[in-house]
Design a protein. Structure first.
Length: 296
């Protein structure tokens, strides 16, 4: 496990101690994960009697937000964050072209989330199948569209913008809000106001607005109690196939894992065993507290 004085994501300067990145200027860097959970050409798994198994088909990449090891994602300029989203869209296109069924960019932030590489970065998992969680979400979105003739995620975003009860921040083309069914205290969603299945579908102004909202939302979480907020951030896109998925709209979910300045939110009996989340704060209260945070 690398220590604070060791940065495998820094640029290589000593040929005897190479890192993942060569010397040179860059804004955003992407490379294959050296220890991938999924690979494009997996070996057949060992047969275990009574157990169905398949090869771990997929791809795993690392995306480094910038060359500065001290700047979290929200500390970067809006146009740089927009570039990060554009790079993720490019990787989605490339992975889909290589036969990947689902592309999931995500960031684990903080040692509380198990992070051992402290240079700010995210990961991109490309699955050779559509994960069960995404299949369930797709089925629910399809059912709502069939019954109500509308996009569920966009409708939720529009309602939150209209009522403003759980709104955190808004832009012309997207909004950030605490969902009414939040599972984590201060959970925040970022959603475009126009239906669109994935990052590829975003227009330039939509991408810029999402970048600005990311900067706002993550900054507010860090400044809520004046300590860095550990979180999981996921970019939830439609499956990467040819159907277009008109039922699906891109959403970015941020799951903070701190419920107060001194206490973390641990998943325990009711959450893990029953899937019933016990919230420590009402979504309306969480949104109001986040709105009250002063940002740069």
């Amino acid at each position: 496990m690398p220590g604070r004085d060791s940065n495998p994501l820094a640029q290589s300067e000593d040929p005897n101690r190479p890192t993942e990145l060569p010397v040179g200027d860059y804004d955003v860097a992407v490379f294959e994960n050296r220890f991938p959970s999924l690979v494009l050409h997996p070996e057949e798994p060992d047969c275990v009697e009574g157990v169905m198994s398949k090869p771990a088909l997929g791809r795993c990449e690392v995306i480094v937000f910038s060359s500065d090891p001290e700047k979290s994602l929200w500390m970067l300029p809006v146009d740089h964050i927009a570039l990060v989203l554009e790079v993720l869209a490019d990787r989605t296109v490339e992975m889909a072209a290589s036969g990947i069924s689902y592309v999931l960019p995500f960031e684990n932030r903080g040692t509380e989330m198990g992070v051992t590489l402290h240079h700010p970065h995210a990961q991109i998992y490309g699955y050779g199948f559509v994960p069960a969680e995404m299949r369930r979400a797709g089925a629910a979105l399809s059912l709502h569209k069939e019954k109500c003739a509308e996009d569920l995620v966009v409708r939720l975003a529009q309602d939150e913008r209209a009522t403003r009860k759980r709104l955190v921040a808004e832009a012309d083309h997207a909004v950030a809000f605490v969902p009414p069914f939040a599972r984590f205290p201060y959970e925040t969603w970022l959603v475009p106001l126009r239906p669109g299945a994935d990052l590829i579908n975003l227009t330039g102004p939509e991408r810029t607005d999402l970048a600005w909202l990311l900067k706002e939302a993550l900054q507010r979480l860090d400044r809520l109690w004046g300590v860095p907020m550990p979180y999981l951030m996921t970019v939830n896109q439609a499956p990467s196939d040819a159907t277009g998925h008109p039922e699906w709209t891109l959403r970015i979910e941020i799951w903070p894992t701190r419920r107060s300045r001194e206490k973390l939110k641990f998943l325990a009996g009711t959450e893990l065993a029953a899937g019933v989340f016990a919230s420590d704060v009402l979504p309306e209260t969480a949104a109001a507290q986040l709105r009250a945070v002063r940002c740069e």
